[in-house]
Design a protein around this ligand. Structure first.
Ligand code: NI
Length: 188
């Protein structure tokens, strides 16, 4: 396993349309394991292969929900008591994913992206969708997605078409975001 470099805007490779995977071999498994290590290290909840410079239709996602069955830690910062639970690992791999039956109903989430660091913005996307994908062995599956998972997989699928979440914003908001990023890099 190895942590790979994450491409950031305006790297032109992020606009490349990724190619379908045809070989379900050790190279694919190594790519996926590197992608997980890179994503957890960043940290992030989703990563497309093109974000580490590999133009293949491969996504990894781990929403890392709080493990509410585990022992939590009571915390009182911010003036009120609440409990922090450890995060649970739920790694998911999607090879050659396709979106079927996107809902007409939209859901809005504040999105961010490891390739657009420090920038967050609300994006509307279909609230639910069905996803057809292959696993690491090439087996085909179909799954209904909703909530954050539906948003996350649509965000990652966009990467396979060379689209970033900021491309869903108005030109004005996108330019403001890119300007902010440029400024932060100058001061970094
Ligand atoms: Ni992204």
């Amino acid at each position: 396993m190895a942590i790979r470099e994450i491409l950031e805007v305006p790297d032109p490779r992020l606009k490349v349309v990724s190619e379908p995977v045809t070989e379900f071999d050790d190279e694919l498994k190594e790519l996926v394991s590197d992608m997980f290590e890179t994503m957890y290290d960043a940290p992030g909840i989703g990563l497309a292969a093109i974000q580490v410079g590999v133009p293949k239709r491969v996504l990894v996602i781990d929403l890392q929900p709080e493990d509410t069955e585990a022992e939590g830690e009571v915390c009182s910062h911010g003036g009120h008591e609440h409990v922090h639970y450890p995060l649970k690992k739920e790694p998911r791999v999607f090879v050659n994913p396709e979106i079927l039956d996107p809902a007409e109903e939209l859901a809005t989430y504040q999105e961010g992206c490891l390739s657009v660091p420090e920038i967050f913005a609300d994006v509307d996307r279909p609230a639910t969708c069905r996803v057809r994908y292959q696993d690491l062995e090439g087996e085909t599956h179909e799954e209904e997605m909703e909530g954050l998972m539906a948003t996350c997989i649509q965000h990652e699928m966009d990467h396979l078409e060379g689209i970033l979440f900021i491309d869903h914003l108005s030109r004005l908001k996108r330019n403001m975001a890119l300007k902010k990023l440029k400024k932060m890099r100058e001061y970094a």
